[in-house]
Design a protein around this ligand. Sequence first.
Ligand code: 5GP
Length: 162
Amino acid sequence: MQSRVRELAGQISEEYRDLDPVVIAVLKGSFIFVADIIRHLEFPLTTEFMRVSSYGNQVVTTGEVKLELDIASSVANRHILLVEDIVDTGLTLEYLKANLEVRRPASLKVCALLHKPSNNVKISNLEFVGFNIPNEFVVGFGLDYQGYYRNLPYIAQLELTG
Ligand code: 5GP
């Protein structure tokens, strides 16, 4: 995980070094990833947080996205890097991008730790992706199942019984 995080940070640095970006983390799942990645970014940036709910406590998508926490400052004319834990159907990302685009940022790009390409119903541009993974439910490195497992220092596939 750490070597891939460093590689992504390298790509992000090349692009954002002189842009004074605002890094927006999508809570809660991306809190570990964003904390790791921004500590490799050695240039000025600000951080903001958004929280959306899409799954409740379920492992399958409801298709509904609700904004539960908004960013605290204006992003007009700022270069936004949106950091997601995982892109599955892409519906959450689509919602967030539409929500942020109307605030007229200078640019808006996405960094996702994990991507399940087989499940995409909304094909969004993902500029920075840590790992493409199969269509399995995973936990760890910030990702949860019913609030648990976020503290695992690795990504694990959850075996659902019953
Ligand atoms: P999407 O809208 O792309 O279908 O779903 C994105 C959100 O669903 C993610 O931000 C994450 O909260 C949740 N999600 C999707 N797949 C998984 C998974 O395999 N494990 C966990 N823990 N959450 C997931």
